[in-house]
Design a protein around this ligand. Structure first.
Ligand SMILES: CC(C)(COP(=O)(O)OP(=O)(O)OC[C@H]1O[C@@H](n2cnc3c(N)ncnc32)[C@H](O)[C@@H]1OP(=O)(O)O)[C@@H](O)C(=O)NCCC(=O)NCCS
Length: 296
């Protein structure tokens, strides 16, 4: 039954490992190559216009952020999100949030005004390349990998999100083989209890400061992430959003994000999910399907 599992497992993890090797300059170039009105700036920066104002988008690994940049990021996150976290089942945990934000695997797109000496942080987006659980009902399931061991509670892929990508070193060249068109991946013998994994860009945060909202910066940040993630070979962008954050849910829906098949409200049904205290959606957007659409 798992004849192809090892290879497919290796493929997802190796895709993530390859994406993680990309420099911020290479990723910024991917966004520029899409030519959506961006102008080159320096190596890892590009300029985008929003309502007649120019903004500089700069990519950076968390580990390369200066302490004043970290402070500005955390200040913006706190201003936007503390009340929502405070009212959620997770609660507001500034220490845990800071650790998550500035983990070595995190990358940031920082947004500043480009045509002004006023250097406040206007917005930022934080993401990581990682593997994520994929439902057998997902349109991308046939591209997905089977993790090395199955856990009875199906929570393994979530743990996978917490750990750095691995598993490529001893897999040899076969792990880079693109077997997405392989007949063996079509109609694979997945049963409903089987966990699958897929390579994703996980969007942890998109935060626009109050006075820069509703001029298109959030949409342009997410578009830049999709461009970079698609070029880096990721299958989808995945994110978590509080049900109570109705503005953000509207924003993501407008950008064509859908509630993912692994979201509690889909897995359990909305009523049961609410009863069990799940107060968030997992939303996602397939990058592979949008490539198919773009080509046709
Ligand atoms: C949600 C957020 C990221 C949106 O960024 P933004 O730059 O203000 O949004 P954009 O201008 O790019 O909006 C694009 C579209 O999304 C939708 N949208 C954006 N904000 C919205 C809001 N408050 N209410 C309803 N729809 C909204 C609209 O359709 C909008 O298009 P339009 O302005 O032409 O109508 C921003 O408001 C924000 O940082 N909010 C606080 C933090 C937050 O909730 N982050 C998301 C955490 S998961």
């Amino acid at each position: 039954m798992h004849r192809h599992g090892r290879c497919r497992h290796a493929r997802a993890r190796c895709a993530v490992k390859e994406a993680c090797k990309k420099t911020c300059e290479e990723l910024a170039q991917s966004a520029l190559d899409k030519a959506r009105g961006q102008r080159a700036s320096s190596g890892s920066s590009f300029i985008i216009d929003a309502q007649s104002l120019s903004y500089r988008f700069t990519l950076s690994h968390a580990s390369n952020l200066a302490s004043d940049a970290r402070q500005a990021i955390f200040k913006l996150l706190t201003a936007n999100m503390q009340p929502l976290y405070g009212a959620s089942s997770a609660g507001w945990d500034p220490i845990g949030k800071e650790q998550e934000l500035f983990d070595d695997a995190s990358r940031f797109i920082l947004v500043h005004r480009a045509d002004s000496s006023f250097d406040d942080l206007a917005a930022f987006l934080m993401f990581r390349f990682d593997v994520e659980e994929c439902s057998v009902n997902d349109e991308l399931a046939r591209f997905a990998s089977i993790p090395p061991t199955q856990s009875p509670d199906g929570g393994q892929a979530r743990q996978a999100r917490q750990r750095p990508p691995d598993g490529c070193a001893d897999e040899g060249d076969k792990c880079f083989r693109d077997n997405s068109d392989d007949e063996s991946n079509k109609g694979i013998d997945m049963d409903a209890d089987e966990d699958l994994e897929i390579e994703v860009a996980y969007l942890y945060e998109v935060q626009v400061s109050a006075r820069h909202q509703r001029i298109g910066l959030g949409a342009k940040l997410v578009q830049a992430l999709e461009d970079m993630a698609g070029e880096a070979g990721m299958a989808k962008v995945v994110l978590t959003v509080f049900l109570a954050n109705k503005d953000a849910v509207s924003f993501y829906k407008r950008l064509k994000y859908k509630i993912d098949q692994i979201s509690p409200s889909i897995v359990l049904g909305p009523k049961e999910a609410k009863q069990q205290g799940f107060d968030y959606h997992i939303m996602s957007k397939s990058l592979r399907m949008s490539l198919f659409v773009a080509k046709s």
